[in-house]
Design a binder for this molecule. Sequence first.
Ligand SMILES: [Zn+2]
Length: 190
Amino acid sequence: MVVLHASHPKDLDMADATFATPDLTTFARLDALGLRVTGQFLEPDRAVLACRVLDRDDTCGRCGGQGRPRDSTTRRLAHEPFGWRPTVLLVTVRRYRCDGCGHVWRQDTSAAAEPRARLSRGGLRWALTGLVAQHLTVARIAEGLGGFVEHRQRRGPGRRAPGAHRRPRSVRRGEGDRRRRTCLAAHPPR
Ligand SMILES: [Zn+2]
């Protein structure tokens, strides 16, 4: 741990602050989403953070057996922007196969985002705070999310992103945040 002392403590009003080692995972508030940053790709107009899921999640939910990593998939999520720069999460999700019963499953990413969502929970919170508390326009929020917000009804059939909005109808109906989901229906981030 590195400890620094502010040279103008009165200005900063943090004379006793203890500075931890820089850590992109906690800076981007991804630890609360069950993710760890493994890489960054920065451009002037966007940042892409490569992430892994913290929880191994390798126990079979069907028989309790041990899962063996089979392959992995990638989930893209728009996250809250930092310094107004849109931030995209590129989450590597492991897929396992049970040694005992052959069941195949993916690591649980529900801490990071709702199933099928294209916004991380942090991105969603940022968007809602921007709308309600900061009175940002939807256009400004969309800009902050890298052009990620679009009314879902406007999506043409050809523009549907793989895996987007394919929730079973019964699940979709049962959710209380349907209106919010409609407003923040996602465009895949670049
Ligand atoms: Zn099993």
